[in-house]
Design a binder for this molecule. Structure first.
Ligand code: 13P
Ligand code: ZN
Length: 276
């Protein structure tokens, strides 16, 4: 069934587990993610990000994912991740996404808050939830705490000003494959979690250790975003299947199976299994 972020993250926050957002760019990946959620009776957040729209456009994604989300027997949030333009965020909502992220984290504090506030007013009037980001989770090396890390007092003010439904924070993770060993600032997570109501989101989840996930969730993370690990699992399955000389129709099944396995591993670590 299609639900919004509030319907899955409030319970996750209360009961100290996390719900995964798994970005998908094709049917094989979407089939794998939803099969994992069904098998483990886990709520799930599925979608794609604005920077991935060049691989599969919003209209096609919505037409593919919306019926799949509605048909599922577990709660599924259809989420537009890292929306960068008001135009695409509003388009995602018009196409039926139940949740959006409006990522204005490269703007000044004031401009970020004002832009997110306007999207929250628009989205909430339609029953759509909004995730925003304060501090900035980038790509590449951030092996030492930097200015981009979320400042607790800014998170408090940002949450109050915007009324967003979930807040992404920068605490030492980065998008894509890590070329360094990430050092998460668990204390910063705990401090922010103790100060604001909104569930906290950890981006750049691929490549973190099992221990990182457990500690981050214990400290107060309720949503974890994953893309790279699924991407790698899917393409490896395609490569191995091709090497065996099998055709596309069989390759598709192998890709979905690999994505399902990778997703299930994360769901078990996040503790979202059995929560649907
Ligand atoms: P990874 O690709 O590093 O898992 O990051 C996913 C993410 O944060 C999507 O918003
Ligand atoms: Zn992200």
């Amino acid at each position: 069934m299609l639900v919004s972020l509030n319907e899955v993250l409030k319970d996750a926050k209360k009961n100290k587990y996390a719900v995964g957002l798994f970005n998908t760019v094709n049917l094989e990946m979407a089939v794998g993610v939803l099969a994992a959620a069904e098998e483990l009776r886990s709520p799930v957040i599925i979608g794609s990000a604005e920077c991935l729209l060049c691989y599969s456009g919003l209209d096609d994604l919505a037409n593919m994912l919306l019926p799949m989300a509605k048909r599922a027997s577990v709660p599924v949030v259809l989420h537009f991740d890292h929306g960068l333009t008001e135009e695409n965020v509003k388009k995602a909502i018009a196409l039926g996404f139940s949740s959006v992220m409006y990522d204005c984290s490269t703007l000044s504090f004031e401009d970020n808050a004002a832009a997110v506030r306007a999207i929250c007013d628009y989205s909430h009037s339609k029953g759509i939830t909004v995730e925003a980001e304060i501090g900035h989770v980038g790509t590449g090396d951030i092996s030492a705490p930097s200015d981009a890390y979320t400042k607790p007092e800014e998170a408090v003010e940002f949450a109050r000003l915007t009324d967003c439904d979930a807040l992404a924070i920068a605490v030492g993770t980065s998008h894509g494959a890590y070329k360094f060993k990430p050092q998460l600032d668990f204390e910063r997570i705990s401090t922010i979690a103790s100060l604001i109501e909104q569930p906290l989101v950890l981006h750049g989840g691929s490549g973190l250790t099992d221990d990182d996930f457990r500690k981050a969730i214990a400290a107060g993370i309720s949503k974890i975003n994953i893309f790279t690990d699924l991407n790698v699992a899917c393409v490896k399955a395609a490569h191995d299947a091709y090497a065996e000389g099998i055709g596309m129709t069989d390759v598709m099944g192998r890709m979905s199976e690999a994505v399902k396995e990778a997703t299930m591993k994360k769901m078990l670590l996040f503790g979202s299994n059995g929560r649907a």
